[in-house]
Design a protein around this ligand. Structure first.
Ligand SMILES: Cc1ncc(COP(=O)(O)O)c(C=O)c1O
Length: 420
């Protein structure tokens, strides 16, 4: 099947999904794309790992080298992190079965909040159940009516888009500035009615591209117009900045950025989310965000794992140096081979293929013939013509893992005519 056939097929099916009609499920029954892809052995998603030991994993019985994880510091296998999590289960059980607002808060949540606030040098922190929830909660609480404006980078993460959509339901306006373009942000802020209350929103590290946001430029534009700025630093924590403090520290704007948020599900080897900023603002958010107030809290073993990881990240700073060194090595070597990797400077190194079917075909050969696991990103996850293989690196990858990966990338790059 040619790429354009696939496109045509998708368009037809999208049209079907918009048909409406009496039976709500008709669109699901008519949607065959995943069944067809599975039948061709070309379906890359929801594949089950039997074992995940950081840089090495077992996928459906076969050993693979993992270049598709956000376990940047390799802490999911750290004995102290695992022990902290097990101990928390023993002491508190697997869940608080309630929201933070009522019975779902342990001293452990407060301890982690105090550590995060001190680490980021901010007045207060909130621990959430996921990073996704951080954005839903923060944006719906802070942009509550038709005078509110979400002024966001076009390439923001899906969770920021969804947070803004919740705000839109209450009348807020969404304005998108050109990707990573502080001048365009400045011009759009200048054009706003002074009665409107904008919040500037951006990823600190763009999660697919690995590109670092121009925060000095964006902060300057926000300050010039007297508006607040929120940075989602899911992928900067542990990789950038002094002691892994993230992108705002790396770019020298930690104190100028009003709100910084992120997740425990990457460098901190757990699941959950965090937000830091002024005490009064966070207090307001935790009383005006239904997605936070009416959802169960981050479970004890996850809080304990994040707490242990935050401590180890600062104690074992070799991990931060190593993830940077490994990522730089892969970036440089892939570029030397002739791959297009875009402007990444982080642990995320995309390999642009640009055609969606070829992207899936290369993913399959890498996995089945070379035992190399990467993540294929195709539309609608990325814009049309931006299909890519997202690779990401860890502190615990050894040189032999990286070199085996490079050999495989060279072989498939040549086989598919991507590199000379
Ligand atoms: C930039 C960004 N924000 C938020 C999230 C959501 O975090 P979580 O997985 O903790 O819900 C992610 C996760 O992929 C992300 O990349």
């Amino acid at each position: 099947m040619a790429d354009h056939d696939l496109q045509g097929g998708i368009k037809g099916r999208v049209a079907l999904t918009r048909m409406g009609g009496k039976d709500l499920f008709a669109k699901c029954n008519a949607w065959n794309l995943t069944d067809e892809a599975r039948a061709m052995g070309m379906y890359p998603y929801f594949r089950a790992l039997d074992m995940n030991q950081g840089p090495e994993a077992i996928l459906e019985g076969k050993p693979v080298i993992m270049f598709g994880s956000n376990n940047y510091l390799g802490l999911t296998t750290h004995p102290k992190v695992r022990e902290a999590s097990i101990e928390a289960i023993r002491k508190y059980g697997p869940s608080m079965t309630g929201s933070r607002l009522v019975n779902g808060t342990l001293r452990l949540h407060h301890e982690l909040e105090e550590r995060l606030a001190a680490f980021f040098n901010k007045e207060k922190a909130i621990v959430f159940t996921t990073g996704y929830q951080v954005n839903l909660a923060t944006l719906s609480a802070l942009l509550p009516n038709k005078r509110s404006v979400a002024m966001m980078d076009k390439m923001c993460h899906a969770s920021i888009y969804d947070g803004v959509r919740l705000a839109q339901a209450n009348g807020a306006q969404m304005i998108r500035f050109h990707h990573n373009d502080a001048k365009d942000l400045d011009a759009r802020l200048a054009a706003l009615d002074p009665e409107e209350g904008p919040l500037v929103l951006t990823d600190g590290v763009f999660s697919t591209e690995g590109e670092i946001a121009d925060l000095p430029g964006m902060v300057a534009a926000a300050k010039k117009h007297g508006v607040r700025i929120f940075v989602d630093d899911a992928h900067g924590l542990g990789v950038l900045g002094h002691k892994g403090r993230g992108v705002c520290d790396h770019l020298g704007v930690n104190d100028e950025v009003d709100l910084i948020g992120g997740t425990f599900s990457k460098s901190l080897a757990s699941i959950g989310g965090w937000l830091v900023g002024e005490r009064k603002v966070l207090d307001y958010i935790q009383h005006f965000a239904p997605s936070f107030m009416f959802a169960a809290s981050c479970p004890p073993p996850s809080v304990a794992a994040a707490l242990a990881s935050l401590e180890i990240m600062q104690e074992e700073s070799w991990r931060i140096d190593k993830v940077r060194e490994n990522s730089r090595y892969m970036r440089d070597e892939l570029r030397k081979m002739g791959f297009e990797t875009g402007p990444t400077e982080t642990a995320i190194v995309p390999i642009y293929i640009r055609q969606e079917l070829t992207t899936i075909a290369i993913w399959k050969v890498l996995l089945e013939e070379h035992g190399v696991y990467v993540n294929p990103f195709i539309p609608p996850g990325v814009p049309p013509r931006n299909s890519l293989l997202r690779t990401s690196y860890m502190a615990t990858h050894e040189k032999h893992h990286l070199d085996r990966g490079l050999e495989a990338f060279r072989a498939v790059g040549r086989q598919f005519g991507i590199i000379p």
